[in-house]
Design a protein around this ligand. Structure first.
Ligand code: TXA
Ligand code: MG
Length: 349
């Protein structure tokens, strides 16, 4: 097949220096490199090289109108990539970088159109991961990187997920083990007086409020977007994070959810389907004897296991994921799972 190449996977635990050297050289040559971050694996290219960035869209099958996040290793790089970096932006950088927070700023002319899908803004973040930081520093350029999955699939939190999706399409994957946070960074527009959360992630609105004094959460975070609707962050309108299995989300009174999930489970089984129930540890007892996937106790644990479990359900050949959701799972997880449900949120109560 045209465009197929050999993909090398380098285990950073064994070959860190070689991985950084090779990765940096490839980036400098305008090639793609997959690297670990604290959130999910990123598919990186030199953000200042239009040709290189175009390869990202091709490898992922990503819609051209969905802009990328530019990764930096040093705060000073931000001032080259963006104009009018205000006090609020600097406050948030100081509080949360390196970390899972992407800031939307005014784009400078240094950043090619293709990075920002033609928008006048640019998303920037400094990842809290030693391998990512060393790679970006060594490459000597800011690195544009979306999650390293095929567009529409759950983001990869293990190198094996990347290989599944992008094997043969990228020259190098740096394997840094499991990603700590497990969901993508919080995206915040900091161009106005009050920061606006466009995508929830590991840095919560409450954490931002504490530093910024106030915070807004875009209404689209809570609901499913219509494919062609106008929206402030183009990524929000796509059915995202989806496994092959149908996802149905149930949320509400514990007893009601239990009843609904159990009856749906039997209905699917009666029709010859393979259902699996996803829930937090404290709800596992409700579904004794059924096929379940326990996601963990805290919201952090659930976030860290979610994407791996979605991929595992597919690998097990499951047809339907019945998701017992609750507020305590946090905005980031709820947002992702409602998106994974895509066109099938009718189970939500
Ligand atoms: O944690 C992360 O952010 C990971 C790792 C690799 O850093 N990256 C990631 O990138 O999730 P991606 O491309 O999968 O998601 C980027 C999101 C999209 O929803 C996109 O629409 C939004 O950020 N975004 C990027 N630039 C934007 C901009 N200028 N204005 C509004 N939204 C933007
Ligand atoms: Mg993504």
């Amino acid at each position: 097949m045209a465009g197929q190449m050999t993909t090398t996977v380098l285990d950073a635990a064994l070959h860190l220096d070689e991985a950084i050297q090779k990765g940096a050289a490839l980036l400098a040559q305008g090639e793609l490199v997959v690297f670990p971050t604290e959130t999910v694996y990123g598919l990186g290219a030199d953000a200042l090289n239009q040709n290189a960035v175009e390869k990202i869209f091709l490898a992922k099958g990503r819609p051209q109108d969905n802009p990328l996040i530019v990764h930096v290793w040093d705060k000073n790089q931000v001032f080259l990539l963006a104009h009018n970096v205000n006090e609020m932006a600097i406050k948030l950088m100081d509080a949360f970088w390196p970390g899972p927070l992407s800031l939307i700023l005014e784009r400078s002319e240094l950043v090619p159109d293709v990075v920002s899908a033609g928008l006048p803004s640019v998303a920037v973040r400094m990842p809290d991961h030693n391998i990512a930081l060393r790679l970006i520093q060594k490459a000597g350029v800011p690195v544009a990187a979306p999650s390293a999955n095929t567009s529409g699939k759950p983001s990869p939190t293990l190198a094996s997920h990347v290989l599944q999706d992008l094997g043969g399409k990228v020259p190098l994957i740096i394997d840094g083990g499991a990603c700590r946070v497990g969901v993508e960074s919080t995206v915040v527009d900091v161009r106005g007086e009050v920061p606006i959360v466009l995508r929830p992630g590991g840095i919560t609105p409450a954490m931002i409020q504490e530093v910024a004094g106030s915070v807004l959460v875009d209404e689209n975070v809570h609901k499913k977007m219509h494919e062609h609707a106008e929206c402030p962050s183009p990524g929000m309108k796509y059915k995202h994070y989806s496994p092959d299995a149908t996802v149905k989300v149930f949320m509400g009174e514990k007893k009601d959810v239990e009843k609904k999930i159990n009856s749906m489970y039997y209905l699917i089984k009666q029709n010859g389907g393979k259902p699996i129930i996803f829930c937090a540890d404290d709800c596992a007892a409700l579904y004794a004897g059924k096929q379940i996937m326990q996601l963990g106790k805290s919201s952090e644990q659930v976030a860290a296991t979610l994407y791996r479990c979605l991929r595992e359900a597919d690998a097990m050949g499951m047809d339907a994921i019945l998701f017992h959701a609750k507020e305590e799972m946090g905005l980031a997880v709820l947002n992702r799972i409602i998106r994974a449900a895509g066109e099938n949120p009718e189970g939500r109560i």
